[in-house]
Design a protein around this ligand. Structure first.
Ligand SMILES: O=C(O)CCC(=O)C(=O)O
Length: 299
């Protein structure tokens, strides 16, 4: 397996060499994008939101997500788990409930710390603006929480398979480690340069995933990050995370942005843009599509 270069301190803007590296490899990883205090505040905010949602008396469902009516954010648990209603008041320990959460979505507007991180954080925003060369539009937020032992795999995919943004290069994701992310607890794995191969065919297997013969996993680079580190990656970069086989959890935030000059397109147009070389649409038919701010669920 290939290895990641030593991590540099996250800057507030990139030099031309960094931008060229991103153009070639499709990603850049840094340490200390967030301070330990910012990491701690994010962990606390996740706990608050999970508690609020689990204790809400008025829950609706959207696909795999439980949504607190009126709040509009969702939580997905690892397969097979369902919290007791009003878990904490029924004696179920909230810390235990949190250890079953797979994902939170649409939550950034629910807590001022996430509003700050996703929109105004000097390092995250600075690097993003350097890469896009213009203002970002924030359009998707997820907290990806791989619980110890049961945290499930996210198979190989390109995030653009879930989106509807043109041009394809206008999408950038930021993945922020809130715990040390290691191979054992399910860190990100990327295929350097894979974004330059264009759209790769996806199908709905365990999840929306790239057809196996399009991927060479031996070329993957595991992006192990200390808590507070961040991975900036192109919307076309193939990536995956393995299951968490460790006794340590792996919490992360993932934000997606598109360049201000990009546009949201209808499905027909997107199928034409996000297509393999022979013109076949490459998105997984079952993938929900993200468009405007507050987008659909990837993964
Ligand atoms: O953090 C993870 O486990 C996977 C994140 C990811 O690639 C996604 O949901 O698009």
């Amino acid at each position: 397996m290939k290895t990641l270069s030593p991590l540099r301190l996250c800057p507030t803007e990139l030099c031309a060499g960094d931008i060229e590296q991103f153009r070639q490899e499709g990603y850049l990883a840094f340490r200390d994008a967030l301070t330990p205090q910012e990491v701690e505040a994010a962990r606390g905010a996740i706990s608050e939101l999970v508690q609020r949602l689990v204790q809400s008396e008025n829950i609706t469902r959207k696909g795999p997500f439980r949504i607190a009516a009126g709040d509009d954010f969702g939580v997905q648990f690892e397969a097979g788990y369902e919290p007791a209603s009003h878990a904490a008041s029924d004696g179920e320990d909230m810390a235990e409930v949190e250890l079953k959460v797979r994902k939170l979505m649409w939550f950034c507007g629910q807590h001022p710390h996430f509003g700050y991180l996703s929109a105004r954080h000097p390092k995250l925003r600075g690097v993003l603006e350097s890469l896009l060369g213009e203002s970002p539009i924030f359009f998707q937020d997820m907290a990806l929480i791989k619980p110890p032992h049961i945290g499930s795999e996210k198979p190989w995919h390109q995030d653009n398979a879930y989106f509807a943004v043109a041009p394809l290069e206008a999408v950038i994701g930021i993945w922020i480690a809130l715990d040390d992310a290691t191979i054992k607890n399910g860190c990100m794995h990327v295929l350097p340069g894979g974004h330059r191969r264009g759209a790769l065919k996806h199908f709905h297997g365990r999840d929306c995933e790239i057809v196996a013969d399009r991927i060479e996993p031996s070329q993957a680079v595991p992006v192990e990050l200390p808590a507070g580190g961040a991975l900036f990656f192109a919307g076309m970069l193939p990536h995956q995370t393995p299951p968490n086989t460790s006794s340590h959890r792996r919490r992360a935030l993932q934000f997606h942005y598109r360049a201000a000059s990009s546009r949201i397109v209808e499905r027909d147009e997107y199928d034409h843009i996000y297509a393999e070389a022979d013109g076949t649409p490459a998105s997984c038919a079952a993938a929900p599509r993200a468009a405007a701010p507050r987008a659909a669920a990837s993964g």
